[in-house]
Design a protein around this ligand. Structure first.
Ligand code: BES
Ligand code: ZN
Ligand code: MN
Length: 525
């Protein structure tokens, strides 16, 4: 049964990788995967047919198009006045059967000041639009940007709206025997300048593909998404984009001396793997992204005993998924960057062969770690992942991203991830990338004052200490040498229980958008 389910997952991975564009001839993008049977077209003219007209409206602008009759204009004005619609940021109103228009509904979206509204805000308006559309029978939707006259803002706003629509429309329903129907929807984006808008649309669509891949990998149940399956899924999604994928199996992990990575999975039938995904879009020294790929976290002999928290631990691979998703997005965008994703893959399990509390593991770097707690497994696999990235790729900067500590959730909650770094350029660029994408980050301390926290009686260090989130970062720092580096603790950011904004319930794909932007804005040497 287990094996069958995993084959199903892998077959889907193939379909995902090979899926071609459904966009119209007016606008080609080979990376579009649509989850609600949605097709897209982008042009400067009207679609052949529309049952729904959507107008993004600047604050205070009169809602009228040049081809409207007086009758239409008066009806729309009355209806919008009655709805208190002014075009203020985030407003949305629907007018059914608008007089004199050949559509079933007119939806207006307030965008405030088009020169000032943020991409992230517009994305949430797009998500809200998708939610409205999906509650209706709309099938042919035209989003007409004519009320936003500046062609630059026009293209940007429509592209960001479409990104929000796409992100919200993702579904993870392929394990259901009879998933609910996916109505065929066509969105036609009527832009002021197709040449202006085209690159924005293409970039954001490739970015969404990265987010979807991360969500898929994160959503995979533990028994389907074990290390080898995760690695194979990633390979099938990345290789068609020209990414060089290498997968090290357990024997290679052991032979390279990565005893910390090996140790975590030792108690599972699914032994450690290391996934390496290299996208070479420039000749710069690479940026390395290292993601925690613990495909399920039982806690090991320090077993997780709280039913609600162990139930979410298939998402303990979300950092690894974010790395794979970011590499996919960058490759899909044909970004001029050199980036290598490294994902140590493990399954933290109990058995007669499992590692024990108090064991000492030897890392690839030669440093030894006392396993004071088998549930602090993330830093063990990352220690070897960071060492491997540095040793084999000589990166100009490294970021690791991980669902690492409950302490992080206590400290900063789930609206931020916690970042730890002593490198000003990284802190600045990562904060900017986080604000742009609303995958926000907050700095917590990494400081010699905490060195004592991970001091061990019998080994070079131990894998627990207080304060908890900083102790994790302190351990990781011992494996990065002098490479500029940041640790991103995304515990609590991987999953949402209900639909909210651009996130349908389930895996969020957190990190893909931030990391993709970060890699592109990190300065060259
Ligand atoms: N994967 C967990 C951290 C986690 C907690 C992720 C909550 C998402 C939500 C990690 O491996 C873990 O178990 N951390 C322990 C570390 C402790 C034993 C030092 C924790 O935070 O309790
Ligand atoms: Zn974990
Ligand atoms: Mn754990």
């Amino acid at each position: 049964m287990k094996f069958k389910a995993s084959l199903k997952a892998l077959a889907f991975a193939g379909a995902l990788a090979g899926m071609s564009s459904t966009a119209s001839a007016q606008f080609e993008n080979p990376f579009v995967t649509s989850y609600l049977n949605t097709t897209y077209s982008v042009s400067q003219s009207a679609a052949e047919r529309a049952d729904t007209l959507v107008l993004p409206v600047p604050e205070g602008a009169e809602v009228v198009l040049s081809d409207w009759s007086t009758n239409t204009r008066e009806h729309v004005q009355r209806a919008l006045a009655a709805a208190d619609f002014t075009g203020r940021k985030g407003q949305q109103a629907t007018i059914l059967a608008p007089a004199g228009l050949n559509v079933d509904r007119l939806i207006v979206i307030g965008v405030g000041d088009p020169s000032d509204v943020s991409r992230a805000d517009v994305e949430t308006y797009g998500a809200a639009l998708a939610a409205t559309i999906n509650r209706s029978s709309a099938e042919a939707i035209t989003v007409d940007g004519r009320l936003i006259s500046n062609p630059v803002y026009n293209g940007r706003i429509l592209a960001a709206l479409s990104h929000g629509v796409e992100l919200r429309n993702y579904r993870f329903d392929r394990l259901m025997s009879a998933p609910s129907a996916r109505p065929a929807q066509n969105y036609h984006w009527r832009v002021a300048s197709r040449s202006q808008a085209q690159s924005e649309f293409a970039e954001l669509q490739a970015l969404a593909q990265g987010v979807f891949l991360a969500r898929e990998l994160t959503n995979l149940p533990g028994s389907d998404g074990y290390p080898a399956a995760f690695a194979e899924y990633a390979r099938q999604a990345l290789e068609p984009l020209g990414v060089e994928v290498t997968i090290l199996g357990p024997e290679e992990v052991k032979a390279l001396g990565m005893g910390a990575l090996y140790g975590v999975s030792q108690g599972s039938q699914h032994k450690a793997h290391l996934l390496v995904a290299h996208y070479r879009g420039s000749d710069q020294r690479p940026i390395a992204l290292v993601g925690k790929g613990n495909t399920f976290d039982t806690g090991g002999y320090n077993l997780k005993t709280d039913a609600a928290s162990i139930l979410r631990m298939q998402t303990d691979k979300a950092g690894g998924a974010a790395v794979v998703g970011a590499v996919k997005a960058l490759a899909g965008q044909r970004a001029t960057v050199n980036v290598v994703g490294v994902v140590p893959l493990s399954l933290n399990m109990i058995s007669g062969e499992a590692y024990l509390p108090g064991d000492v593991v030897t890392t690839g770097s030669g440093l030894t770690i006392e396993v004071a707690n088998t549930d602090a497994e993330g830093r063990l696999i990352l220690a070897d992942g960071l060492w491997y990235a540095r040793e084999h790729f000589n990166p100009r900067a490294m970021a690791d991203i991980a669902t690492l500590t409950g302490a992080k959730v206590t400290a900063v909650g789930t609206a931020f991830s916690a970042i730890f770094s002593e490198h000003d350029t990284i802190l600045r660029t990562l904060t900017e990338a986080g604000e742009l994408t609303q995958e926000r980050v907050w700095r917590l301390p990494l400081d010699p004052a905490f060195e004592g926290a991970i001091e061990s009686r019998i080994a070079d260090m131990k894998n627990t200490g207080a304060p908890g989130a900083s102790a994790g970062a302190m351990l990781l720092q011992r494996f990065v040498g002098d490479t500029p580096w940041v640790h991103i603790d995304m515990a609590g950011n991987a999953l949402v229980d209900g639909d909210s904004g651009i996130h349908p319930r389930g895996a969020t794909g957190y990190g893909v958008r931030m990391l993709t932007e970060w890699v592109k804005r990190y300065p060259e040497e």
